[in-house]
Design a protein around this ligand. Structure first.
Ligand SMILES: [Fe+2]
Ligand SMILES: [Fe+2]
Length: 214
């Protein structure tokens, strides 16, 4: 930013010293001065954007979901170990891999808006994960009831993510961060697909088998 300001000064100096040397040079100099002004305006716009309350909220929400995604990685590990059926274990394993992709996408989003990836402790996801741990404690190992309950616990995680990414993608569009919006929408789509797959697994046989248990 400092360099751009000094460029402007240099151009202005050149402009005032070359005015008398001819119209052609004068025109060229004023064009370059115009360009510099455009760059300066962009810089001013960027700093305006960064201090806007909506931008601050957007960044804070990104930090929240960045914390959440990292917390989910560990939670999915525990849920995978606790699940009864191979199908659910695999679903959790796939989702863990996908979560790693979501984390790296978020890091790209931070970079695109010139911000540093940071985690902001998210009480909501901590609570949802804690509920998942309680499901494991309160259901019998090897039972289908455990899987039926774990699926619901995992879907609560998904719905938190869907709400977060849905809102963030819309804000990114509104603020003109098109590339960031595209990345956020891709993750949103994957969260929605996971939610749908979990419903499918539950409805195919897990819920019915769980109902037969006593
Ligand atoms: Fe995710
Ligand atoms: Fe997810």
């Amino acid at each position: 930013m400092a360099t751009k300001t000094s460029d402007t000064k240099d151009n202005n100096t050149t402009s005032s010293t070359t005015t008398s040397t001819g119209a052609a040079i004068g025109t060229a100099t004023s064009t370059s001065a115009k360009k510099t002004t455009a760059v300066d305006n962009a810089t001013v716009k960027e700093s305006d954007m960064k201090s806007s309350p909506l931008h601050k909220f957007f960044v804070s929400s990104l930090k929240d979901i960045y914390y959440a995604e990292n917390a989910i990685i560990d939670a999915l590990e525990k849920m995978q170990d606790a699940a009864t059926t191979e199908e659910l274990k695999e679903a959790f394993e796939d989702h863990q891999l996908q979560t790693k992709k979501h984390i790296s996408r978020l890091e790209k989003v931070f970079k695109l808006i010139d911000e540093t990836p940071e985690k902001k402790e998210c009480e909501a996801i901590k609570g949802i994960i804690k509920e998942g741990e309680e499901v494991i404690k309160s259901t019998e190992e090897g039972s289908m009831t455990r899987d039926a309950a774990l699926i619901i616990a995992a879907q609560k995680v998904e719905h938190y993510e869907i709400a977060s990414y849905g809102g963030l993608a819309q804000l990114a569009i509104t603020m003109g961060h098109d590339k960031a919006a595209d990345l956020l929408e891709r993750t949103l789509q994957e969260e929605e697909d996971t939610d749908y797959e979990l419903t499918e697994i539950a409805e195919t046989y897990i819920n019915f088998d769980a109902e037969q248990e006593d």
